[in-house]
Design a protein. Structure first.
Length: 205
């Protein structure tokens, strides 16, 4: 599966060709630099490594600085491999948003927003114990019973309880590209994608 690395810029809305008013996400897709071309002869498999996002040289390990210089590029933040045909690329090539066209369907992979420790009402959609009468003044958002009595005498694994929420790898599938703006390396994607504004995402075709 081919693709590109991008950065989420925020959400907006627009009219699609059918006249519908749709919510959409603006993404800076590339330009990505080809930093390594892997072939069966050298690496035992075929892939193309690309990099995106400028990074300070003082915050980059020396081996990676040399790796990027071979491609004629400065240090980059994100490095990923894609199933491009290695015969079509050479070191230092740029992959831009022209890889996509209006109407293409894509998958977007990103890291969801971290929400910290959350209770069962927010994390799993529980309704809480119920009313606050009959002495239940502090049980409105409690999970309720979590297990049986003396048998089995334990809480089963996988029980839905409070815990850390968000900050997970999420893939949104079958999103439609509504617009491509090559001059600014921007694409407009229908719907929402995971992550906060400024976070990096993988756009898979």
């Amino acid at each position: 599966m081919s693709g590109i690395i991008g950065k989420k810029l925020g959400m907006t809305s627009m009219y699609d060709p059918g006249g519908r008013f749709v919510a959409c996400t603006l993404v800076e897709a590339g330009p990505c630099v080809v930093t390594q071309v892997k072939t069966e002869a050298t690496d035992k498999y075929r892939a193309v490594q690309i990099a995106f996002g400028d990074k300070r040289e003082k915050n980059t390990p020396s081996p990676m600085i040399g790796h990027f210089r071979k491609a004629g590029s400065g240090p980059k933040r994100i490095v990923k491999e894609f199933d491009f045909n290695p015969d079509e690329f050479k070191l230092g090539d740029e992959i831009k948003c022209e890889l996509f066209g209006i109407g293409d369907f894509i998958d977007v992979v990103g890291t969801s927003k971290g929400k910290g420790f959350q209770g069962v009402v927010k994390r799993h959609g529980f309704a809480g114990v119920g009313g606050r009468t009959h002495g239940q003044h502090n049980r409105g958002r409690a999970p309720g019973s979590i297990g049986a009595c003396s048998y089995p005498g334990r809480v089963f694994k996988g029980m839905r309880m409070g815990g850390r929420m968000g900050n997970e790898r999420v893939m949104m599938q079958n999103l439609k590209i509504l617009q491509v703006i090559p001059d600014n390396n921007l694409i407009v994607i229908s719907g929402s994608i995971p992550g906060s504004i400024g976070s990096h995402v993988l756009i898979l075709k």
